[in-house]
Design a protein around this ligand. Sequence first.
Ligand SMILES: C[S@@+](CC[C@H](N)C(=O)[O-])C[C@H]1O[C@@H](n2cnc3c(N)ncnc32)[C@H](O)[C@@H]1O
Length: 294
Amino acid sequence: MKASSGQTTTTNKGPAPFLKWPGGKRRIVPFLLGYLQFPIKRLVEPFCGSCALSLAVADRAESFWLNDINKDLIDLLDQIKCDPQAVIMRSRPYFVPENNKGSVYYRLRDEFNRTRDPLTRAALFLYLNRHGYNGLCRYNADGEFNVPFGRYIAPYFPEKEILAAAAVLARAKITNRDFEEVMDACGPDDVIYCDPPYIPLSPTASFTSYAAGGFGLADQERLAKAAARAAARGALVVISNHDTPLTRELYKEAELKSLDVRRNISCDGANRAVVREIIAVYAPMGVRAEIIRG
Ligand SMILES: C[S@@+](CC[C@H](N)C(=O)[O-])C[C@H]1O[C@@H](n2cnc3c(N)ncnc32)[C@H](O)[C@@H]1O
């Protein structure tokens, strides 16, 4: 069994997100902050995931637009925005030792896949996120959540983190759209942070030719073009991704910076490595990126 996944600290990375999310960016938040202009009128995250950056700038942005293609995630954010206490009351009873075993996990996972009640689904999604394998979020061909049991010693109930998120969600527009639709609706009042699924470190033929339910090369190209268009309309756009020859080519119109990030590169968390990430800054038309950094 692994140690509990809970952590409650607030550091210069901002409050811990209430969700574990693959590719979560809390670790590089301090670096990203150096590329944003404060105060922010509206922070837009077209790939919001666990909303790590929005949580970190909660006090320095007037409003937020949080978007993700994952409907279960967006439904949970909507439920917390609407009534955080109701989500806490409904999900806390799931976080008891009797529910931290495979047999109960698989029964509750079935219940999540069957029920249509929005509050029950939100509470169970939170339970699955903290009790499932590595916080993964994966579905089978029928759209059913199918992540196996995670075997943690004592999964943490993130009540404080839900309440911190609720303060951001109260000022957020929350949508479940493709990123391009969101970016095309942004303008001069917006700072857009894009954290797409990573480009593989060595792209395979399947990545470059198609993406079965995933995010392929055509999507990465759409993103780079949407970023340039949004900057031309006056938005500041920041994108993070792996630093590879392909991302350097895709983001060639932007100012590029790179940093080393230590993270898990295998599913079981056993394989930690330093990976180079790139930050691409598309300055609003007429503004040089170095000026933004001050
Ligand atoms: C690397 S994660 C973002 C992590 C987030 N920045 C955080 O700190 O937790 C990428 C996200 O992109 C979302 N996504 C994938 N394809 C998308 C699309 N076409 N439009 C919008 N979101 C998409 C995924 O559901 C996932 O939550």
